[in-house]
Design a binder for this molecule. Structure first.
Ligand code: IPE
Ligand code: IPE
Ligand code: MG
Length: 252
Protein backbone atom coordinates (compact mmCIF):
# COMPACT_ATOMS: atom_id res chain seq x y z
CA UNK A 1 0.00 0.00 0.00
CA UNK A 2 1.46 3.31 -1.10
CA UNK A 3 1.15 5.93 1.65
CA UNK A 4 -0.62 9.24 0.94
CA UNK A 5 1.25 10.89 3.80
CA UNK A 6 4.63 9.98 2.31
CA UNK A 7 4.12 10.30 -1.45
CA UNK A 8 1.43 11.99 -3.50
CA UNK A 9 -0.68 9.36 -5.25
CA UNK A 10 -1.85 9.93 -8.80
CA UNK A 11 -5.60 10.26 -9.16
CA UNK A 12 -8.17 10.33 -11.93
CA UNK A 13 -11.89 11.10 -12.23
CA UNK A 14 -12.87 7.52 -11.48
CA UNK A 15 -11.69 6.42 -8.04
CA UNK A 16 -9.47 3.37 -8.10
CA UNK A 17 -10.69 2.26 -4.66
CA UNK A 18 -14.16 2.92 -3.23
CA UNK A 19 -14.94 2.06 0.40
CA UNK A 20 -18.55 2.02 1.61
CA UNK A 21 -20.31 1.91 4.97
CA UNK A 22 -23.58 0.29 3.94
CA UNK A 23 -25.86 1.85 6.53
CA UNK A 24 -29.61 2.31 6.89
CA UNK A 25 -30.98 -1.19 6.25
CA UNK A 26 -32.98 -1.19 9.48
CA UNK A 27 -34.51 2.24 8.95
CA UNK A 28 -35.31 1.41 5.31
CA UNK A 29 -37.40 -1.52 6.57
CA UNK A 30 -38.98 0.33 9.48
CA UNK A 31 -40.20 3.09 7.14
CA UNK A 32 -42.10 0.37 5.31
CA UNK A 33 -43.47 -1.19 8.50
CA UNK A 34 -41.27 -4.21 7.84
CA UNK A 35 -38.94 -5.94 10.30
CA UNK A 36 -35.29 -4.82 10.22
CA UNK A 37 -34.37 -8.17 8.69
CA UNK A 38 -36.19 -7.24 5.48
CA UNK A 39 -33.80 -4.32 5.08
CA UNK A 40 -30.75 -6.56 5.42
CA UNK A 41 -32.18 -8.91 2.80
CA UNK A 42 -32.68 -6.00 0.39
CA UNK A 43 -29.21 -4.77 1.21
CA UNK A 44 -27.76 -7.82 -0.50
CA UNK A 45 -29.42 -6.75 -3.76
CA UNK A 46 -27.86 -3.32 -3.44
CA UNK A 47 -24.45 -4.97 -3.07
CA UNK A 48 -25.01 -6.89 -6.29
CA UNK A 49 -25.95 -3.68 -8.18
CA UNK A 50 -23.04 -1.70 -6.83
CA UNK A 51 -20.51 -4.44 -7.63
CA UNK A 52 -21.83 -4.53 -11.19
CA UNK A 53 -21.63 -0.77 -11.55
CA UNK A 54 -18.10 -0.65 -10.17
CA UNK A 55 -17.01 -3.16 -12.80
CA UNK A 56 -18.69 -1.05 -15.52
CA UNK A 57 -17.09 2.15 -14.28
CA UNK A 58 -13.61 0.66 -14.02
CA UNK A 59 -13.28 0.86 -10.25
CA UNK A 60 -10.58 -1.68 -9.35
CA UNK A 61 -11.17 -2.07 -5.60
CA UNK A 62 -14.43 -2.01 -3.67
CA UNK A 63 -14.39 -2.43 0.10
CA UNK A 64 -17.68 -2.88 1.95
CA UNK A 65 -18.34 -2.69 5.68
CA UNK A 66 -20.76 -5.55 6.35
CA UNK A 67 -20.39 -6.17 10.08
CA UNK A 68 -18.39 -4.15 12.58
CA UNK A 69 -16.67 -5.45 15.69
CA UNK A 70 -19.29 -3.44 17.60
CA UNK A 71 -22.29 -4.99 15.81
CA UNK A 72 -22.15 -7.98 18.22
CA UNK A 73 -23.88 -5.59 20.61
CA UNK A 74 -27.11 -5.97 18.62
CA UNK A 75 -29.90 -8.34 19.69
CA UNK A 76 -28.82 -11.97 19.15
CA UNK A 77 -31.66 -12.63 16.68
CA UNK A 78 -30.41 -9.81 14.45
CA UNK A 79 -26.79 -10.97 14.67
CA UNK A 80 -27.94 -14.50 13.80
CA UNK A 81 -29.95 -13.24 10.85
CA UNK A 82 -26.98 -11.23 9.56
CA UNK A 83 -24.74 -14.31 9.76
CA UNK A 84 -27.27 -16.43 7.87
CA UNK A 85 -27.69 -13.69 5.26
CA UNK A 86 -23.95 -13.50 4.85
CA UNK A 87 -23.74 -17.27 4.41
CA UNK A 88 -26.60 -17.34 1.87
CA UNK A 89 -25.11 -14.44 -0.07
CA UNK A 90 -21.79 -16.26 -0.32
CA UNK A 91 -23.61 -19.31 -1.67
CA UNK A 92 -25.72 -17.44 -4.19
CA UNK A 93 -23.31 -14.82 -5.44
CA UNK A 94 -20.06 -16.68 -5.79
CA UNK A 95 -20.73 -18.18 -9.24
CA UNK A 96 -21.60 -14.73 -10.58
CA UNK A 97 -18.41 -13.30 -9.11
CA UNK A 98 -16.35 -16.09 -10.63
CA UNK A 99 -17.85 -15.31 -14.05
CA UNK A 100 -17.49 -11.54 -13.80
CA UNK A 101 -13.86 -11.42 -12.78
CA UNK A 102 -14.50 -10.42 -9.17
CA UNK A 103 -11.96 -11.46 -6.61
CA UNK A 104 -13.61 -11.78 -3.18
CA UNK A 105 -11.86 -11.36 0.13
CA UNK A 106 -13.32 -11.27 3.60
CA UNK A 107 -11.35 -9.19 6.08
CA UNK A 108 -11.75 -9.09 9.84
CA UNK A 109 -11.37 -11.23 12.91
CA UNK A 110 -12.95 -14.40 11.54
CA UNK A 111 -12.18 -16.44 14.68
CA UNK A 112 -15.59 -15.54 16.14
CA UNK A 113 -17.52 -16.93 13.18
CA UNK A 114 -18.76 -20.48 13.20
CA UNK A 115 -16.71 -23.10 11.35
CA UNK A 116 -19.32 -23.63 8.60
CA UNK A 117 -19.23 -19.95 7.71
CA UNK A 118 -15.43 -19.89 7.83
CA UNK A 119 -15.29 -22.84 5.46
CA UNK A 120 -17.65 -21.06 3.02
CA UNK A 121 -15.47 -17.96 3.18
CA UNK A 122 -12.32 -19.95 2.41
CA UNK A 123 -14.00 -21.72 -0.47
CA UNK A 124 -15.28 -18.44 -1.95
CA UNK A 125 -11.86 -16.80 -1.64
CA UNK A 126 -10.15 -19.76 -3.24
CA UNK A 127 -12.59 -19.94 -6.14
CA UNK A 128 -12.13 -16.28 -7.06
CA UNK A 129 -8.43 -15.92 -6.21
CA UNK A 130 -7.39 -15.77 -9.88
CA UNK A 131 -9.76 -12.90 -10.77
CA UNK A 132 -8.54 -9.35 -11.23
CA UNK A 133 -11.25 -7.16 -12.77
CA UNK A 134 -12.47 -5.99 -9.35
CA UNK A 135 -11.17 -6.86 -5.91
CA UNK A 136 -14.17 -6.93 -3.57
CA UNK A 137 -13.22 -6.85 0.10
CA UNK A 138 -16.02 -7.44 2.58
CA UNK A 139 -15.14 -6.34 6.11
CA UNK A 140 -16.78 -8.64 8.64
CA UNK A 141 -16.12 -8.47 12.37
CA UNK A 142 -13.72 -5.74 11.38
CA UNK A 143 -12.71 -2.67 13.38
CA UNK A 144 -10.18 -0.03 12.43
CA UNK A 145 -8.60 0.02 15.87
CA UNK A 146 -8.39 -3.76 15.90
CA UNK A 147 -6.54 -3.68 12.56
CA UNK A 148 -4.01 -1.08 13.78
CA UNK A 149 -3.42 -2.87 17.10
CA UNK A 150 -2.96 -6.21 15.36
CA UNK A 151 -0.39 -4.66 13.03
CA UNK A 152 1.60 -3.24 15.93
CA UNK A 153 1.42 -6.54 17.81
CA UNK A 154 2.64 -8.36 14.71
CA UNK A 155 5.49 -5.87 14.27
CA UNK A 156 6.70 -6.48 17.82
CA UNK A 157 6.46 -10.23 17.30
CA UNK A 158 8.52 -9.92 14.10
CA UNK A 159 11.10 -7.58 15.60
CA UNK A 160 11.05 -8.00 19.40
CA UNK A 161 14.03 -5.73 20.02
CA UNK A 162 12.59 -2.78 18.11
CA UNK A 163 13.20 0.63 19.70
CA UNK A 164 10.37 3.18 19.85
CA UNK A 165 12.05 5.54 17.38
CA UNK A 166 12.54 2.71 14.90
CA UNK A 167 8.79 2.26 14.44
CA UNK A 168 7.86 3.72 11.06
CA UNK A 169 4.66 4.12 9.13
CA UNK A 170 5.88 1.58 6.58
CA UNK A 171 6.54 -1.07 9.22
CA UNK A 172 2.98 -0.73 10.52
CA UNK A 173 1.34 -0.45 7.08
CA UNK A 174 3.06 -3.63 5.91
CA UNK A 175 1.30 -5.57 8.69
CA UNK A 176 -2.25 -4.30 8.26
CA UNK A 177 -4.88 -6.86 7.35
CA UNK A 178 -5.71 -4.73 4.29
CA UNK A 179 -2.06 -4.08 3.37
CA UNK A 180 -2.58 -5.28 -0.23
CA UNK A 181 -5.16 -2.61 -1.03
CA UNK A 182 -4.33 0.92 -2.10
CA UNK A 183 -5.76 3.57 0.22
CA UNK A 184 -9.39 4.37 -0.67
CA UNK A 185 -9.89 7.36 -2.95
CA UNK A 186 -13.59 7.68 -2.18
CA UNK A 187 -15.45 6.79 1.03
CA UNK A 188 -19.24 6.61 0.92
CA UNK A 189 -21.59 6.31 3.87
CA UNK A 190 -25.28 5.81 3.19
CA UNK A 191 -28.08 6.18 5.72
CA UNK A 192 -27.53 9.79 6.79
CA UNK A 193 -25.00 9.46 9.62
CA UNK A 194 -21.82 11.49 9.32
CA UNK A 195 -19.36 9.27 11.12
CA UNK A 196 -16.66 6.67 10.48
CA UNK A 197 -17.87 4.08 13.04
CA UNK A 198 -14.44 2.44 13.41
CA UNK A 199 -14.07 1.65 9.69
CA UNK A 200 -10.68 2.05 7.93
CA UNK A 201 -9.08 4.42 10.44
CA UNK A 202 -5.53 4.12 9.14
CA UNK A 203 -6.35 4.09 5.44
CA UNK A 204 -8.79 7.05 5.34
CA UNK A 205 -6.09 9.64 6.06
CA UNK A 206 -6.56 11.43 2.69
CA UNK A 207 -9.71 9.78 1.36
CA UNK A 208 -12.51 11.98 -0.01
CA UNK A 209 -15.61 11.57 2.16
CA UNK A 210 -19.12 11.41 0.71
CA UNK A 211 -22.27 11.12 2.79
CA UNK A 212 -25.77 10.50 1.50
CA UNK A 213 -29.12 10.30 3.30
CA UNK A 214 -30.24 7.48 1.02
CA UNK A 215 -30.62 4.15 2.83
CA UNK A 216 -28.40 1.33 1.65
CA UNK A 217 -31.19 -0.81 0.06
CA UNK A 218 -31.99 2.20 -2.19
CA UNK A 219 -28.37 2.77 -3.22
CA UNK A 220 -28.28 1.89 -6.93
CA UNK A 221 -26.07 2.40 -9.99
CA UNK A 222 -27.21 6.02 -10.35
CA UNK A 223 -26.43 6.72 -6.71
CA UNK A 224 -22.91 5.37 -7.20
CA UNK A 225 -22.50 7.50 -10.32
CA UNK A 226 -23.57 10.57 -8.30
CA UNK A 227 -20.94 9.81 -5.67
CA UNK A 228 -18.28 9.37 -8.36
CA UNK A 229 -19.31 12.68 -9.98
CA UNK A 230 -18.95 14.43 -6.64
CA UNK A 231 -15.52 12.84 -6.25
CA UNK A 232 -14.43 13.98 -9.72
CA UNK A 233 -15.06 17.60 -8.68
CA UNK A 234 -12.86 17.48 -5.60
CA UNK A 235 -9.38 18.95 -5.60
CA UNK A 236 -7.14 16.51 -3.77
CA UNK A 237 -4.32 18.58 -2.35
CA UNK A 238 -2.54 16.15 0.02
CA UNK A 239 -1.29 19.07 2.05
CA UNK A 240 -0.20 21.28 -0.85
CA UNK A 241 -1.70 24.58 -1.98
CA UNK A 242 -4.30 24.76 -4.71
CA UNK A 243 -1.79 26.60 -6.96
CA UNK A 244 0.68 23.76 -6.64
CA UNK A 245 -1.98 21.24 -7.63
CA UNK A 246 -3.08 23.23 -10.68
CA UNK A 247 0.40 24.22 -11.85
CA UNK A 248 2.66 21.35 -10.77
CA UNK A 249 5.78 22.88 -12.35
CA UNK A 250 5.60 26.26 -10.59
CA UNK A 251 7.20 27.22 -7.31
CA UNK A 252 4.93 28.04 -4.53
C1 IPE B 1 -26.37 -1.46 8.16
O1 IPE B 1 -27.69 -1.13 8.42
C2 IPE B 1 -26.13 -2.97 8.24
C3 IPE B 1 -25.30 -3.38 9.39
C4 IPE B 1 -24.78 -2.60 10.30
C5 IPE B 1 -25.01 -4.78 9.47
P1 IPE B 1 -28.23 -0.96 9.89
O2 IPE B 1 -28.73 -2.28 10.37
O3 IPE B 1 -27.22 -0.30 10.75
O4 IPE B 1 -29.47 0.00 9.67
P2 IPE B 1 -29.89 1.22 10.56
O5 IPE B 1 -28.70 2.13 10.67
O6 IPE B 1 -30.30 0.67 11.88
O7 IPE B 1 -31.01 1.85 9.81
C1 IPE C 1 -21.56 0.73 10.66
O1 IPE C 1 -22.94 0.87 10.81
C2 IPE C 1 -21.19 -0.68 10.43
C3 IPE C 1 -21.70 -1.30 9.21
C4 IPE C 1 -22.37 -0.74 8.25
C5 IPE C 1 -21.37 -2.68 9.07
P1 IPE C 1 -23.62 0.94 12.25
O2 IPE C 1 -25.07 1.13 12.00
O3 IPE C 1 -23.22 -0.21 13.06
O4 IPE C 1 -22.95 2.27 12.85
P2 IPE C 1 -23.40 3.19 14.07
O5 IPE C 1 -23.64 2.30 15.24
O6 IPE C 1 -24.64 3.90 13.66
O7 IPE C 1 -22.26 4.14 14.26
MG1 MG D 1 -26.80 1.62 11.22
Amino acid sequence: MQSSTQTIPSSSDVPRHVAIIMDGNGRWAQRRMLPRFAGHARGVEAVRNVVKRCVERGVKYLTLFAFSSENWRRPPEEVGFLMRTFMAALEHEIARMERNGVRLRIAGDLSRFDPALRAKIEDAQRRTAGNSTLTLTVCANYGGRWEILEAIRQLLRDQPGLRADEITEDLVTARLVLRDLPEPDLFIRTGGERRISNFLLWQLAYTELYFTDRFWPDFDAQALDDAISSYAQRERRFGRTSEQVRHPGSIG
